[in-house]
Design a protein around this ligand. Structure first.
Ligand code: SAM
Length: 327
């Protein structure tokens, strides 16, 4: 079992497979080129697999693949297949912007992917293009249809709500999800990887997001809790599930069950802190054993911070780039 000193058990590993992305969402990748890790230090697929196997031996049962854009990772389907075959791993999920999903949906299904999250902040082509730096909404919609067709369900659609940017799209997004039978998750905008001074203005607390929804759709509390941080409610009479993710306003650090492995091989212990441990350096040290790697991971997890520092003065969260951490 992987435990930290606050008695939290870590069962969930998020892996950022690559820093590359085929979209340039203004809030996620503001200065992409300047912040990239040098190519030589990226983990190879075999190294990723080795580290994931060791995590599974230490009790991790859920792996989520993210990025950058994970579907840009060469051999992504092979990685999904190998990870889902690891004993102890019973849930392999993927977070994607959906641009390449039409092509990948059948092979991801065959590879054994269990669940899919698709990020979509706007259902209006022009606004989608604006937010994503030129993205084509049609491709994402085709990707969603292909995923439904090949049974990559349940599909969760993640929308980061930003005041003055896309808060007017919450209701159209719910209608879209009702039509397609997707689960919608409405995320608070986090002050991370975002150098602009209007972060505070853009942030809309989950409570306010929920009120906006409840004005149009009657909601009913759900007892459902996934491995993640969402609190779910149903649209009454219809059954559509909506998750509200209050990462900033009402943090869920006490029940945090995750750590993040970056494509550079660094283990990132908390989204709201800088702390990282270089696992690539460990596995590339001549003569190092699996036991050494296990001990490094256990010691790193033990030192996981108790709580994020998003709202604290002196927080350096906004210096990090979400597209390299994987969300
Ligand atoms: N390219 C994939 C995608 O778009 O889903 C995976 C990587 S992306 C970094 C993962 C998630 O992080 C996306 O849903 C994105 O909206 C979210 N994200 C990025 N920056 C964020 C921020 N400042 N606050 C909240 N969510 C953020």
């Amino acid at each position: 079992m992987l435990k930290d000193k606050f008695n939290r058990t870590i069962k969930y590993l998020r892996i950022s497979l690559t820093e590359s992305c085929n979209l340039q969402c203004f809030y996620c990748r503001p200065n992409q080129d300047k912040t990239f890790t040098s190519c030589q230090s990226y983990l190879t697929p075999d190294e990723m697999l080795l580290i994931t196997r060791v995590f599974s031996e230490l009790g991790v049962s859920h792996v989520r693949l993210s990025g950058g854009e994970p579907l840009l990772k060469k051999d992504i389907c092979l990685l999904v297949k190998e990870i889902s075959r690891l004993s102890g791993i019973n849930d392999v999920s993927l977070t994607t912007n959906g641009i390449l999903l039409k092509k990948f949906a059948p092979s991801l299904k065959n590879a054994g992917l269990h669940r899919l999250n698709i990020s979509l902040d706007s259902i209006t082509p022009s606004k989608f293009k604006e937010i994503t730096g030129g993205g084509d909404l049609k491709k994402v919609l085709q990707g969603i249809d292909a995923s439904l067709k090949y049974g990559l369900t349940p599909i969760k659609l993640n929308m980061v709500v930003m005041r003055g940017i896309n808060d007017d799209e919450i209701i159209p997004m719910i209608k879209f999800c009702l039509k397609k039978r997707l689960i919608l998750r409405l995320l608070e905008f986090m002050p991370i990887g975002n150098s602009s001074s209007d972060v505070k203005e853009r942030h809309m607390p989950a409570k306010e997001i929920r009120e906006k929804v409840a004005q149009h759709f009657p909601l009913e509390k759900s007892t459902l809790r996934g491995p993640g941080p969402a609190s779910y409610e149903y649209v009454k009479g219809d059954g559509l599930m909506i998750g509200f993710i209050h990462a900033v306003s009402q943090h869920f650090c006490k029940t945090c069950n995750r750590v993040r492995l970056l494509s550079s091989g660094k283990l990132h212990l908390c989204l709201g802190h800088e702390d990282q441990v270089d696992l690539a350096a460990v596995i590339r040290t001549p003569g190092v054993s699996i036991e050494d790697l296990k001990e490094t991971i256990q010691a790193a997890v033990w030192s996981k911070p108790s709580v994020h520092r998003f709202n604290k003065s002196g927080s350096t969260a906004n210096k990090r780039i979400m597209s390299s951490i994987g969300g």
